[in-house]
Design a protein around this ligand. Structure first.
Ligand SMILES: Nc1ncnc2c1ncn2[C@@H]1O[C@H](COP(=O)(O)OP(=O)(O)O)[C@@H](O)[C@H]1O
Ligand SMILES: [Mg+2]
Length: 252
């Protein structure tokens, strides 16, 4: 693993429950494995390290859940995998994995840490690594689209078969679009009975305009979305819009 052998941080994950969402049943695990298999058909043949962004139209559709579970099943199949939390405004990978959120990607992009310092290594699977988001920077979109990001991905891709990046939603901020020139493609997560058609259309329009390669879509929580999640829909949309809205206006 080259430079990553020195990584001292050990993430302790004893049971699948901590990585695969606790509500996920056997069928969901199988679906992630199917996603893993389907991915191999959509990736370019000469791709030595696939850098895959996971995004969606809005918040709460299951991007982070998908990114964690996909990276896990890929690592489980023996691939060397790095999961990066690229949602710097609302990071959630560290929380989901019970890790500290800092240092992480933002420290790396600010140039304050060497690459391996922000990376946690799983003690459950020795080929599964996680880079949390790090402290919130004032300019997340610029950082993700920066030369330093491109260079970091280049170094990282020599050490991994897959890099999965949990990205913010396309319709709220431009981060997912700014990083697109450095990645192989994106997976778009759609939550059944949650994602609105109009929002989805906007999302795909934006991705097309920015020439982002869409590798495929994940329909999250198919069939079961109505009950417990439907009622939070408005609240969740609102909260995210508000949070990102603040940063966007601070940037201009
Ligand atoms: N298929 C699912 N079944 C049950 N809960 C889910 C599922 N997908 C996501 N969740 C839950 O929904 C919430 C939002 O998911 P998350 O992956 O954080 O969304 P996003 O990253 O798109 O904002 C989280 O609390 C997550 O645990
Ligand atoms: Mg998320």
């Amino acid at each position: 693993m080259g430079i990553f052998n020195k990584s001292k941080k050990i993430m302790s994950v004893k049971e699948n429950e901590k990585t695969l969402h606790r509500n996920l049943k056997f069928t969901a695990t199988e679906q992630y494995k199917l996603l893993r298999a389907n991915l191999s058909f959509t990736l370019p043949e000469d791709c030595e390290c696939a850098i895959i962004g996971v995004t969606s139209a809005m918040r709460g559709e299951g991007k982070s859940t998908t990114a964690v579970n996909l990276s896990y099943v890929l690592a489980e199949s023996g691939k060397r995998v790095l999961l990066i939390d690229g949602d710097m405004r609302l990071p959630s990978i560290a929380r989901k994995m019970k890790l500290s959120n800092s240092p992480g990607l933002t420290d790396l992009l600010k140039g304050e840490e060497t690459i391996q310092m922000g990376i946690f290594k799983s003690s459950q699977l020795n080929n599964w690594y996680i880079m949390p988001a790090g402290d919130l920077p004032p300019n997340p979109s610029e950082l993700l689209g920066s030369k330093r990001m491109a260079n970091s991905l280049k170094v990282l891709s020599a050490n991994f078969d897959y890099i999965i990046i949990d990205l913010p939603p396309v319709n709220i901020v431009s981060d997912a679009l700014t990083i697109s020139k450095f990645i192989t493609g994106v997976i778009v997560v759609v939550r059944e009975d949650y994602t609105e058609k109009k929002e989805l259309e906007t999302c795909f329009r934006q991705l097309k305009l920015s020439d982002v390669k869409v590798l495929g879509c994940v329909i999250n929580e198919s069939k079961n979305g109505k009950g417990s999640y439907g009622k939070y829909k408005y609240k969740r949309y609102y909260k995210y819009y508000k949070t990102y809205g603040n940063y966007d206006s601070a940037e201009t």
